[in-house]
Design a protein around this ligand. Structure first.
Ligand code: SAM
Length: 214
């Protein structure tokens, strides 16, 4: 995409990387099915891979799988014998994500839990599971609930990342007071003020939260 003859920053940086066949296949599977194309951006996906690898994560939990794009990016960063657990409400999306993650070579380390994420999180908590990386990217109204559940499931030093904290600018606009906007504002404020957490909000993409549990 060009802006007055110059490349956009995203187009410039994207041009530095070669085509990613596995992720291109995921995007194609989304288009073929007429699903919403709301996977993370390529650069965002690479950041997830790097963060999971840098934090030497062994147990990653993503909330909102769609077609498996972020799942593949997260799985790529996992340590040997690591595990990716994905929570997805829509059974068709979950099946597609499972197939795409397997096709990319990560089927053996991926677990998909189909159903409402809040109920799944409560079951994971009851079973004593712990995770060292969380990626929150599902229904915005539940972001504050997902944060509380993530803190409860977190191993010491776990990272919590979340997408869409700007809601395409609605978060910044006082005239917008719908339930999703209010929930995301509450989520953003909790992250910034909770003494159990350390991190920052980045205005990149559609707003990216990056925090760790102390
Ligand atoms: N993280 C994915 C990626 O980047 O490839 C995109 C996820 S998409 C933005 C949000 C997903 O959350 C959708 O697949 C949707 O079906 C799922 N979702 C919405 N509400 C949910 C809920 N209550 N529990 C679990 N998943 C939910």
């Amino acid at each position: 995409k060009e802006q007055g003859g110059a490349l956009s920053p995203e187009a410039y940086f994207e041009g530095l990387f070669g085509e990613d066949e596995d992720l291109a296949r995921v995007s194609e599977s989304i288009r073929e099915r007429g699903m919403p194309d709301i996977s993370v951006a390529p650069g965002y996906g690479r950041l997830l891979t790097m963060l999971v690898a840098a934090a030497r994560c062994k147990a990653v939990l993503e909330i909102g799988a769609l077609a498996g794009y972020s799942g593949i990016c997260l799985a790529r960063g996992l340590m040997a014998a690591g595990r990716l657990t994905s929570l997805e409400l829509n059974p068709e999306y979950a099946a597609l994500a499972t197939a795409n993650i397997a096709r990319a070579g990560y089927g053996n380390l991926a677990e998909m839990i189909v159903g409402d994420a809040l109920a799944s999180l409560d079951k994971l908590q009851a079973s004593g599971r712990r995770f060292d990386f969380f990626f929150i990217d599902a229904d915005k109204e539940n972001y504050p609930n997902y944060l509380e559940r993530a803190i409860g499931l977190a191993a010491p030093g776990a990272v919590i990342a979340a997408d869409n904290t700007l809601l395409r600018g609605r978060t910044l606009n006082d005239a917008k007071q719908g339930p999703a906007v209010q929930a995301v504002r509450d989520f953003n404020r909790r992250l910034a003020t909770d003494p159990r957490l350390l991190g920052t909000h980045l205005p990149s993409y559609d707003g990216l939260a990056l925090f760790m549990v102390r």
